[in-house]
Each structure stands twice: as C-alpha cells, then as structure tokens.
Design a protein around this ligand. Structure first.
Ligand SMILES: [Zn+2]
Length: 445
C-alpha cells in the first residue's frame, strides 16, 4: 500500500509541482449528491484522527471523477485539494473552511488492514426529539434554516404515494426515540425513496435504526420532520450509539409491534398516535377532547335506513354538491366548470360492550370496508337502485371486531341521532371469535 501511495504522491508532485498540497488520512462519514440550484455538487464530510469534521465539495464537471470512488467509513489518503472559507447559507458550517476536490486532487482508498486506516468514527452531534419539538415550535426565524441530525428507530413506513395537489411524490416514515416520542418524517427526495426508502420497507419488521443528517422540521400536523436538499439517511450506521437503541428495541418489541399496527391505515397513510395509548370504550368517546383521535374496538353494522353510500363532489376542489347524477357543473366553491366525481361516504353503527354510536366513514377507508370503489358504488346504485342489500353486508361483518381510529365530529346542536364520530382508519383485528371468511362482494348487486 505504501509503495502505491508513494508512487501516487510522486506522480502528483511531478505533474502539479505548484499545486497546494494538503496531505492527510480521512474517513468519509457522509455523502450527498445534489443538483440543487445551478451548481451540482457532491458533499463529502470527513473525520481526521481527532474526529474533526470538515466538508468537502466536488463541483459540476468534476463530479464524474469522484462519483463512484468513495465508500463511506473507509480511510482515504487525500492530497491536492483547494481550501475555501465555508460559504453555505443553508446549513450550519462544520468548520471555518471547506475542501474542494477537483481533477488534480489525489484520493486513494486504504486497505482495511492498513496501519494508517482510521478507527470507526464515534462523534455524532445529535438533536433529541424533545429539543427538535421545542426548536420547531418556538422558532422565530425562518424554519428552513433549522437542521437536525437524528439517530432513530423506524417504526412504520409506507410505499411512496403521489400528492396530487403538490404534483409530487412523497414517502413517509414514523421514527421513534427511546422515550417513545415519535415524528412523522416525510421524504421528498427521489434518490432517497429509491434507495433507503425501499430498503426500509423490506427491513421494517426488524425496526431498522437510521442516522438522518441535515433534516428539517415542519409545523405540519404538530411537529414533523422533512428532508432538505442535502439530507442523507444511513441505515444501520456503524456508530456505538445505536447499541442502546437496539437493546431498547429488544426490550420493547410488543409495544413497537402494537404501535406499528395501530399507526397504519389501509389507505396507505400513516397516522400519528401516542405510543402507549389505550383502547377506549364507546361510552367514554363523548368525553374525549375535540379534534383528538382515539382508538376503539367495535363491531360494525349498517344503519338499515341508509340509502346512499356516496356523495358527488367537484373533481377540482372536492366540494360535495347535491346533484343526483354525474354531470358537468359550475362549482360554487371554486368557480370552475368541472365534472362531478363520486366519493365514498356513509355511516356505520359501532358497538362494543359499553354501548353503540354512529360514525361516518369516507374515501378509501369506506371503499376498503365495502370492497368497492366509489365509481362501482355509484354505478350499482344508479343502475340497479338496490345497493347494497344490508343483509349481505351485515353478514359479512358479523362477529368481526375492528380496530378503529376515530375522532368526535363537531356539531353545533347535538341531538341523539346525529353522527357522533368520524373514522380515520379501520381494520379488522387479527383475531375473531369465528374463523375469518373472505368478504364476498359477489353477493352485492
Ligand atoms: Zn369546485
């Protein structure tokens, strides 16, 4: 190795006798590819033997020379980099200076057993979940300038979904710390979705630990986390600090499993819920705080007088209107000429050992329950006018217990027959008193 190194250094000196020459051994601890703004740059951060960190950058044309050359947590000999004062307005600098790697720089990876190979790094500057919450809630300056590094357990994630109104894909995780605090973490970066996102989906049952660097905070839905242009996520990072998390995961497996189950809705979105939340009785639902979601476990049946299982809404803004059939309308809400589209919406009766109540269910949660799309429901109702035979539906749900996330519906004038709850998610509990039967949608004409 040393011969090779000596050769490289000598060749470099001969070719670039006047080049500035910084010579050291480094570990790359993070790598971020970005095409932000006009300059595309690659960000390297290294740790010297004292674990000082400095940012290294590769600009535009030089990126291809370095792109596939760097492995994280391997030691490199580097020389011939340019030094410049730290400049980024969008992140806190690691050091007063940063290194610029260019075509004339030298980068040689050392063998793992080389005497100069550095030990694995230990230095992490992490922000606790409590501090993130405080800082995001009380930030007086631009929230975009805040960034955090976290080491966290991934307790749930969902495949990417398309957000129509923002014309963007997103991928959501729920992360947890050892104090059972959770955050929803939204990933907007395509590369992270493709790589780390897919790996996390496959490894979810093992409760993977991630090191996420330079993430942002948002006040969306309380406080949540979000990727920034230079965020990186490393699964199972080689830091000693993760041992504590791993031990905690082993001790708290039942809590985690229950949380993962409860925080998933079938419509593919994550629900933020308290970790140790108990299931409440229907009789106590009335005393829950407004806007607060809670869990109940109940049997589901359909109100016998219910005729409609859908409403027609404006395809632009989602406003529901009272037209009886699908047609083009002038929407009074958004002012556009648009087609109406059906949206699944109906009431169900919920019953547990303490009592009964009525709840409204809409969109995909409702479609899942009926095993029909809103379009199918509309079509059957409008063409056959006998949808759905209650008997069949009720039979399909007899003896099934559902885990339900719901909240109270705000009503100005409460009366005994009004719908009481709104269902966020509902899924059949894994155990039933009778052997499960597959919902037979063929009976619904
Ligand atoms: Zn509209």
């Amino acid at each position: 190795m040393f011969n090779l190194l000596a050769q490289v250094v000598n060749i470099h000196k001969r070719r670039f006798p006047y080049a500035s020459f910084h010579l050291c051994f480094v570990d790359f601890v993070d790598l971020c590819f970005s095409t932000y703004s006009i300059i595309a740059f690659v960000l390297f951060i290294y740790v010297s033997s004292h674990e000082d960190q400095i940012k290294g950058i590769v600009y535009g044309d030089d990126i291809p020379c370095y792109q596939d050359q760097i492995n994280l947590y391997r030691t490199y000999y580097i020389a011939g980099t340019r030094v410049q004062p730290s400049s980024s307005k969008y992140e806190k600098p690691l050091h007063a200076f940063e290194l610029v790697f260019h075509k004339k720089s030298v980068l040689v990876e050392l063998e793992e057993n080389d005497v100069n190979a550095l030990p694995l790094p230990t230095k992490l500057t992490l922000t606790s979940f409590t501090d993130i919450k405080q800082q995001v809630l009380h930030a007086t300056t631009d929230l975009n300038k805040k960034e955090f590094d976290i080491l966290a357990i991934v307790v749930n994630c969902f495949p990417r979904r398309y957000l129509m109104k923002m014309n963007k894909w997103l991928y959501e995780l729920i992360v947890m710390d050892i104090f059972k605090q959770t955050f929803t973490f939204t990933i907007w970066d395509q590369t992270i979705m493709d790589n780390e996102g897919n790996k996390l989906l496959q490894q979810l049952h093992e409760y993977p630990i991630i090191l996420a660097r330079r993430i942002g905070g948002s006040r969306y839905n309380g406080v949540s986390l979000t990727t920034k242009f230079n965020t990186t996520i490393l699964i199972d990072p080689p830091y000693g600090q993760k041992q504590q998390l791993r031990a905690w995961i082993t001790e708290n497996k039942p809590t985690l499993t229950s949380f993962t189950l409860r925080s998933s809705s079938k419509s593919g979105t994550l629900i933020s819920i308290p970790v140790d939340e108990e299931v409440i009785l229907i009789a106590n639902a009335e005393s829950q705080e407004d806007g607060q979601t809670f869990s109940i476990e109940a049997k589901i049946s359909f109100p016998p007088d219910q005729k409609k299982y859908y409403v027609l809404v404006c395809s632009n803004c989602g406003q529901d209107v009272r037209y009886p059939i699908i047609m083009q309308i002038h929407c009074m809400n958004c002012g556009e000429h648009r087609m109406l589209i059906p949206r699944c919406q109906f009431n169900v009766n919920l019953e547990d050992s303490s009592g009964t109540t009525t709840a409204m269910i809409i969109n995909r949660e409702g479609e899942k329950l009926l095993s029909l799309t809103a379009e199918q429901i509309y079509e059957r109702t409008s063409t056959k006018n006998n949808f759905p035979p209650m008997k069949d539906l009720d039979t399909a749900f007899t003896n099934k217990i559902f885990s339900i996330r719901a909240k109270k519906i705000f009503t100005r004038a409460p009366n005994a027959t009004a719908t009481k709850l709104y269902i966020h998610s509902c899924m059949e509990k894994e155990y039933t008193t009778h052997p499960p039967t597959t919902p037979n949608t063929n009976n619904i004409h």
